[in-house]
Ligand binder design. Structure first.
Ligand code: PMP
Ligand code: GLN
Length: 381
């Protein structure tokens, strides 16, 4: 049998699987793939076990259980003073990855252009392409990864269907400010361009910065899908549970795809998370928690030859290693894992044409002990 041509020719295995695989093989400290190496709150785990024991084990509501949708809606009210109707503007998803896939599949048609900022989280461009769309990349650069909105404006044309943003930003650890969002709003004003705003790190923001959700800006809100992940918020990336919020007309299209993509998301987790969200501290304190880890990591690394601008959000710290080596970042991170026992992520993996700026990404969602042991090694490089 002759296979048809690949729908994603040339696509390589995700860098996260590659680097975590290498870390395991060489028994390295894994500061590569973004996940905590400490346990989730036992209170949350008990709530989930309780839900299982009390029979919440069959298919959940297609949109997510009403209690969880209502809890998400309350969170928007509390944080951003806006409401999403839990009946028809919120859908619980199998993580943000599914939310992104479903949103793009719902609205992107062959020939549509989608503006993406590079470095871009690795599922964005392949998902655009799977739907026949064309990713139009705007390459950002270290150390600030600032967006030139005039460049964005020059790329907009009648084929532009969507602009994708991500703040706080993986992998750079930068955030968009109010002026950025206002520039975006101005560019899309009077057009039919939609926005996908990936806000999975909304609660992990530092130094008293405010997260600039698109929902704070009426003319962005009305055209935006917001994607989010409880994996980031509650230290359990393996549970793969998140959500998408959008105005009713956009959500209607989203749900048409969602129902045949996953139909519904695992039930006991939803029951547990809905209850856990009743205590606002469980997400309001997250920024403070990770700021301590960022500050510990930065202070431990003070004597190293890595150049780092403090991350403003996410649990990632970008680092310039050009004082240590002239190698490409793929080779450098491989060698650091194999020879020195610390794994990280080469940022070129997320860049247009794998542009290499000698930048790598460390994940600091790790125990203090892991951070100390890693920094000790990194300071010797
Ligand atoms: N977007 C960004 C920017 C991410 O960093 C991640 C994963 N860490 C996701 C989406 C996917 O989230 P999930 O694991 O909930 O699918
Ligand atoms: N989002 C995580 C990261 O940026 C990885 C998620 C994955 O492996 N798909 O490291």
């Amino acid at each position: 049998m002759q296979l048809p041509p690949s729908k994603l020719p040339g696509l390589e295995t995700t860098i996260f699987a590659v680097m975590s695989g290498l870390a395991i093989k060489h028994n390295a400290l894994n500061l590569s793939q973004g996940y905590p190496n400490f346990p989730s709150d036992p209170v949350l785990m008990d709530l989930i076990y309780e839900a299982m024991k009390t029979g919440k084990n069959q298919y959940a509501h297609m949109l997510g259980i009403p209690e969880l949708r209502r809890a998400i809606s309350r969170k928007f009210e509390l944080l951003y003073n806006t409401t999403y109707n839990p009946d028809n503007e919120i859908t619980v998803t199998a993580g943000a990855t599914q939310a992104i896939y479903t949103a793009l599949t719902a609205v992107i048609r062959p020939g549509d252009e989608v503006i993406v900022f590079r470095p871009a989280y690795d599922c964005y461009v392949p998902t655009v392409e799977l739907n026949g769309g064309k990713a139009i990349s705007v390459q950002l650069g270290p150390p600030d990864y600032k967006i030139d909105w005039e460049e964005v404006r020059s790329l907009v044309n009648s084929r532009t269907r969507m602009i994708m943003i991500n703040t706080p930003h993986n992998p750079s650890g930068t955030v968009l400010d109010r002026a950025d969002l206002l520039s975006l709003q101005e560019i899309v004003n009077g057009t039919d361009i939609m926005i996908l705003s990936d806000e999975v790190y909304e609660h992990i923001i530092f130094d008293d910065e405010q997260h600039q959700s698109v929902c704070r800006f009426p003319d962005l809100r009305s055209r935006s899908f917001i994607t989010a992940s409880f994996g980031k918020t509650f230290h359990n990336t393996g549970w793969k549970i998140g959500y998408c919020c959008a105005p009713k007309d956009l959500m209607e299209e989203f749900v048409k795809v969602h129902q045949f993509n996953v139909f519904s998301v695992n039930h006991p987790m939803q029951v547990g998370i809905a209850k856990y969200l009743e205590n606002e501290d469980h997400y309001l304190k997250l920024g403070e928690f990770y700021q301590k880890k960022r500050d510990l990591f930065l202070s431990l690394m003070q004597e190293s030859r890595f150049k780092m601008k403090p991350s403003k959000g996410t649990y990632f710290q970008a680092a310039d290693y050009s004082q240590i080596s002239t190698e490409g970042d793929m080779d450098f991170t491989r060698r650091m894992t194999i020879e020195h026992g610390v794994a990280s992520i080469p940022i070129s993996a997320f860049n247009l044409d794998k542009k290499d700026n000698h930048m790598i990404r460390f994940c600091f969602a790790k125990t203090d002990d892991t951070l100390k042991r890693a920094a000790e090694i990194l300071c010797r490089l």
